[in-house]
Design a protein around this ligand. Structure first.
Ligand SMILES: *Cc1c(COP(=O)(O)O)cnc(C)c1O
Length: 490
């Protein structure tokens, strides 16, 4: 065999390790400097046309020196991201990232660890431990099963699949929905997240079968309406499958009466799913745990760690009370992945194949950033920071109340504040327009990023505080700027 031939074999590893090492060190310095100096920069800036057109070039057939690729990132990518790590980013409901989480992602990437199959490897032990910690923190039964996901959309889909397969009354995995004896229905409030509807559609139930239960004045599910909808559907020969309670709606952080929904589900033999995307974490804020009473009675509990646990995207989680039902919905073992009882006992640790608990086989090692950050910070401090966000929301609420030109949509719930500029004598249409303009100005000038929502037909600025870097001064500044802009624009 000729060694000359081998010399021509290619690899994607660096040609020059020393300069790649130097570049890596430079990147490490740059990313830490970036986070340390976040406050000195605009929260967000618009990408100019020349930046947008930069992304229309063809795939490069020839190599580019690594330093130049990095420079291009610095010039064209870094400045024009959404800005959610900034202390004054409160749009939609978005996490802010942790430094340890960032470093953990580098470590996970360094071994290119794939998580899911292959039970006996350390990254699955880490994931199992993170799942156990989530159960502990959220007071969910230890025997439950779980899976880290790419976010709450995936978690909701997995949960509703288990609910459907369990409650349908026939073998859905074998027969599909071809011969469904009776239509199946799912219930959630008008304020529930769109991912619930997507899940219902993906599961073949059709969005017509998603009953949108009206809400009360505080935007919680109206339980009398829920009961009568279930009753009507039953007498029409339909099969009520599942009720989805929300712990923290995206618009207003309203929390459904989870304890009462659990009672109704027990009585009606419905699956009880809780979408606790961010609000589930109120469970670890010392003075606010009571807000999610009843959450741990759910048959399945979905939540994110990339929103109110502040970890880097993506990381969500699904927990299912009955591990067997969870596994029955997803377990499938082709011969090339055969694993059996014989594998156990090699290490004495019985770790399941996580691919038996969801629809994905290969997944990234997302557990590591959770494991390292939770260890670094401790659960007590996490609880305090979450509580701090709730207190900041109340602080912002008092600032708004004290300003005659500002108006809250509703009393502050949890960590979300919806308010608007509303000087008397301005028409409703103009107020909607004006508040949209204020939102855009705040964003485009890089001052702060709230988003906006429509509540009872009117536009409000939406401030969702899932940010461990925000300080009270940041909210003072927001209120000052909203008033200044409101006056200037009206
Ligand atoms: C954000 C959110 C979701 C979807 O979660 P992703 O992580 O974005 O997929 C679901 N429900 C609620 C209440 C949310 O706020």
């Amino acid at each position: 065999m000729s060694t000359r031939g081998r010399a021509h074999e290619k690899t994607l590893d660096p040609e020059d390790w020393d300069s790649m090492r130097a570049l890596g060190h430079r990147m490490m310095d740059d990313v830490l400097d970036y986070i340390i100096t976040l406050r000195d920069r605009p929260v967000w800036q618009h990408a100019p046309p020349e930046i947008k057109s930069h992304f229309r070039q063809h795939a490069p057939p020839e190599p580019t020196p690594p330093e130049r690729v990095y420079q291009e990132y610095l010039d064209t990518v870094l400045p024009f991201q959404i800005g959610n790590s900034h202390p004054r980013y409160w749009g939609w409901v978005t996490g802010s990232g942790t430094v340890m989480g960032m470093l953990a992602e580098l470590l996970a990437a360094s071994t290119d660890a794939v998580s899911g199959a292959f039970a006996y490897q350390s990254n699955n032990y880490v994931e199992m431990q993170v799942l156990d910690w989530c159960k502990e923190m959220l007071n969910y039964p230890r025997e439950s099963s779980g899976l880290l996901t790419s976010g709450c959309s995936a978690s909701n889909l997995i949960a509703l699949a288990v609910a459907r397969n369990t409650r349908a009354g026939f073998d859905v995995r074998t027969h599909g929905l071809r011969d469904t004896p009776s239509g199946m229905t799912v219930y959630c409030s008008d304020e529930a997240h769109s991912s619930i509807q997507k899940a219902v559609e993906l599961l073949g139930l059709g969005c017509d079968s998603l009953r949108r239960v009206p809400v009360t004045g505080s935007l919680q599910m109206d339980l009398e309406a829920l009961k009568s909808l279930i009753k009507e559907d039953r007498s029409a020969g339909l099969l009520p499958l599942c009720v989805v309670g929300v712990a923290g709606t995206t618009n207003t952080a309203a929390i459904d009466d989870l304890d009462s929904i659990a009672d109704i589900c027990a009585m009606e033999k419905c699956w009880f799913h809780v979408d606790g995307a961010f609000g589930a974490w109120a469970a670890i804020a010392p003075d606010y745990r009571h807000l999610v009473t009843g959450m741990n009675r759910a048959d399945s509990l979905a939540f994110d760690l990339h929103k109110w646990m502040y970890l880097q995207y993506p990381i969500g989680c699904i927990l299912v009370r009955d591990a067997d039902l969870h596994r029955q919905a997803f377990s499938l073992t082709p011969t090339y992945l055969a694993h059996g009882e014989g594998d156990r006992g090699l290490t004495g640790v019985d770790v399941p194949w996580l691919s038996d608990y969801g629809f994905e086989l290969s997944r990234g090692f997302h557990a590591l950033k959770a494991w390292m950050t939770i260890k670094e910070q401790g659960t007590a401090k996490y609880g305090q920071v979450i509580q701090q966000n709730i207190e900041q929301a109340h602080y912002l609420g008092t600032l708004v109340d004290a300003a005659p030109e500002l108006e809250l949509a509703l009393p502050v719930s949890l960590n979300i504040v919806n308010f608007r500029y509303a000087r008397p004598g301005i028409s409703k249409e103009r107020l909607d327009q004006l508040n949209k303009q204020i939102e855009c100005e705040l964003q485009e000038q890089g001052i702060a990023v709230p988003s906006s929502v429509t509540i009872r037909g009117s536009k409000y600025l939406h401030v969702a505080i899932t940010n461990h870097r925000s300080r009270c001064d940041d909210f003072d500044l927001l209120v000052r700027e909203v008033i200044r802009m409101g006056r200037a624009l009206s």
